[in-house]
Design a protein around this ligand. Structure first.
Ligand SMILES: NC(=O)c1ccc[n+]([C@@H]2O[C@H](COP(=O)([O-])OP(=O)(O)OC[C@H]3O[C@@H](n4cnc5c(N)ncnc54)[C@H](OP(=O)(O)O)[C@@H]3O)[C@@H](O)[C@H]2O)c1
Length: 337
């Protein structure tokens, strides 16, 4: 390398170090989990239960919210085994409510949770479900169900908690979206739309609550091995299965660890795996900035990631085309026989 090459490299390294050092200036102050009240919707199963376990391991009091009381009780027994504190203040509480139904029931249920374990410091909106199928094979009620459970549940829960967080000038709110909330995928016309909606909600709300020291995290997990995922597999079109397989299958524990650590530091996007990081950089748009390092990385890598995404898109289109050919030939041979 020439002398000018070395100088350029040195300038680049100094620039990165300065950015790294300045980054915390615009980052939210971390919020501790120890002694905090963490309310997890969808806390009786899968990613929500794994989040509750991680929070309890770090000293939090936890409320699990879901509908099925038996599942909630079983989850409470399991989560309680991870309680770390010797005194009796670290507890696990359960609330059974249908978050997608009416707002007053959710508000009442959450007031009861706050009476039991104190004001909510971390609200984790994880309750959700999915339905997969080609657009014309899904019923109109499937579309409504996705919006009610994946979007309105989060609206109800967040509406019930935000006023008190604003009054206390502190809090964290998590929306568990999905990689299908970053890109629209074959078979997910109903699901993707409901998860995209969470992004609009999160970006707009973050602007409103930042002056009150409340920070939002929007999480985009890839396929995760949970009972919800196994249920979804039963109706997934072949195309959706083949496309989803490109980002692998994670454990709920892995996903929960990343979401929780990003939430503590107030990161707006929480992404897992290389694919996830690429997607978040590529789709960052006008999203809030919580770290100078992250913003720089987005500016520098966006063009490159767009090029990579074109290869992914071509690969997905090939999958869809091949599946169509296979279906057409199966339909042809059925007609002949
Ligand atoms: N697993 C994945 O591959 C994956 C990937 C990306 C994103 N996600 C998202 O991550 C979240 C959790 O997924 P998961 O796979 O862990 O799901 P899961 O194992 O099926 O758990 C879903 C949880 O939500 C609760 N719930 C569902 N509808 C509810 C309602 N109307 N009111 C209150 N609670 C309700 C369920 O309990 P009850 O049924 O008893 O109410 C359960 O506790 C979902 O939002 C999902 O979309 C999952």
């Amino acid at each position: 390398m020439t002398m000018w090459g070395w100088v350029a490299l040195a300038v680049f390294i100094v620039f990165i170090i300065i950015l790294y050092l300045l980054s915390p200036l615009i980052s939210p102050p971390p919020l501790k989990l120890r002694d905090a009240h963490v309310l997890v919707t969808g806390g009786s199963s899968g990613i929500g239960k794994a989040l509750a376990i991680q929070a309890v391991k770090q000293g939090a009091r936890v409320t699990l919210v879901a509908r099925n009381e038996k599942k909630l009780e079983e989850a409470k027994q399991e989560v309680t085994t991870y309680v770390t504190s010797q005194d009796k203040t670290q507890r696990v509480h359960t609330v059974s409510v249908d978050l997608s139904s009416d707002y007053p029931s959710v508000e009442k249920a959450f007031q009861e949770a706050e009476k039991t374990l104190g004001a909510v410091d971390f609200l984790i909106n994880c309750a959700g479900t999915s339905v997969a199928g080609r657009f014309e094979d899904l019923s109109i009620s499937d579309f409504k169900k996705m919006i009610d459970i994946n979007y309105m549940s989060a609206v109800h829960a967040t509406r019930a908690i935000v006023p008190a967080m604003k009054a206390r000038g502190q809090g964290r709110i998590v929306f568990v979206s999905s990689q299908a909330g970053q890109i629209g995928l074959f078979g997910f016309t109903a699901y993707s739309a409901s998860k995209f909606a969470l992004r609009g909600l999160a970006e707009a709300l973050q602007m409103e609550v930042k002056p009150y020291n409340i920070y939002l995290t929007l999480a985009f997990p890839p396929d995760t091995d949970t009972s919800g995922y196994r249920e979804e597999q039963k109706t997934k079109p072949l195309e959706t299965k083949l496309i989803s397989e490109t980002s692998g299958l994670l454990t709920a524990e892995n996903v929960a660890t990343v979401i929780l650590s990003d939430t503590v530091v107030g990161k707006f996007f929480s992404s897992i795996s290389l694919d996830g990081i690429m997607l978040s950089n590529l789709t960052c748009g006008f999203s809030p900035v919580t770290s100078l390092m992250e913003a720089t990385q987005q500016v520098v890598t966006m063009g490159l990631f767009r090029i990579i995404s074109l290869f992914y898109l071509a690969h997905f289109e090939r999958i869809i085309y091949r599946c169509k050919l296979q279906r057409d030939s199966e339909a042809g041979s059925k007609k002949q026989s």
